[in-house]
Design a protein around this ligand. Structure first.
Ligand code: ZN
Length: 263
């Protein structure tokens, strides 16, 4: 057993005993790991408030590859990210991203996923309320992309036919991207509705921009924001498959809380 030190973000904690908690961590060097934080619930625990969800720090783990539950020796916080808590849209988006890490990231080193996740949390912590959902949509797309599930957006996912976006573009979560007019005929056929979503040209352009970290963030009204939340949530849910319920993603997708503008 080795004592390893790695940057990490707390994804989830739950009580394990009178004094201990189990912590699920996204780590940069070891992937997603579960660890027991012994004594964390004792009044003078050295962990203190460090193990808050979404806080980032350096974790020291007694790590053994063959074991599912590691032991957390210390967690030195570098960033509590309390900024996420000031706005429910930011917090809900961050929780959805954390859920994707928890369920889709491997228990093996994948530094690019960790770095993308941390950049996403930073972007959300700095987002202004009206743009928070679009920021979360963008980083969900980018995160599932680095986890190996990037959607095909420029060419038909079934046969590679380039898709120009002059007319409406069909998007299929099950196939993993856009479909050409041959694979998704403009008129409903035996495949029936519900197998793909039809994106009008502006929605398709927004989808391209949301998937491009270097592009300006599209300014979306409430209806279009909701449509993009639905699209990425459906895509993520399809790839979660048997990983099961996606409570945080469901909550974020429904956006069932009052926004400051409507209060
Ligand atoms: Zn096609």
């Amino acid at each position: 057993m080795a004592l390893l030190s790695t940057p990490a973000v707390v994804l989830q904690t739950y009580r394990y005993s009178e004094t201990s908690k189990i912590v699920r961590l996204a780590t940069r060097d070891l992937g997603v790991q579960s660890a027991i934080a012994k004594g964390v619930l004792r009044p003078k625990s050295p962990f203190g408030a460090a193990l808050e969800t979404l806080s980032e720090g350096v974790a020291q783990l007694y790590h053994k590859e063959t074991r599912e539950l590691q032991t957390l020796a210390a967690f030195d916080v570098t960033e509590l990210r309390r900024g996420l808590a000031r706005d429910l849209a930011c917090f809900a988006g961050a929780a959805a991203l954390a859920e994707v890490m928890l369920k889709m990231a491997p228990a093996a080193p994948l530094a690019v996923a960790y770095d993308t996740f941390v950049r996403a949390l930073d972007a959300l912590a700095q987002a202004d309320s009206p743009a928070a959902d679009a920021v979360a949509v963008r980083w969900l797309w980018l995160l599932v992309g680095v986890l190996g599930f990037a959607p095909a957006l420029d060419a038909c996912v079934r046969d590679g036919t380039p898709v120009a976006g002059n007319g409406a573009v069909a998007f299929s979560a099950a196939d993993g991207g856009v479909l050409c007019t041959r694979c998704a005929p403009p008129l409903p056929t035996a495949g029936g509705p519900g197998t793909f979503t039809r994106l009008p040209p502006p929605a398709y352009r927004d989808l391209l921009a949301l998937n491009d970290a270097g592009a300006a963030l599209p300014v979306l009204d409430a209806a279009h924001t909701a449509a993009h939340r639905r699209l990425v949530a459906r895509f993520v849910r399809h790839h979660l498959g048997e990983a099961g319920a996606s409570k945080a993603l469901d909550f974020w997708e429904r956006h069932a809380w009052p926004t400051p503008a409507t209060l």
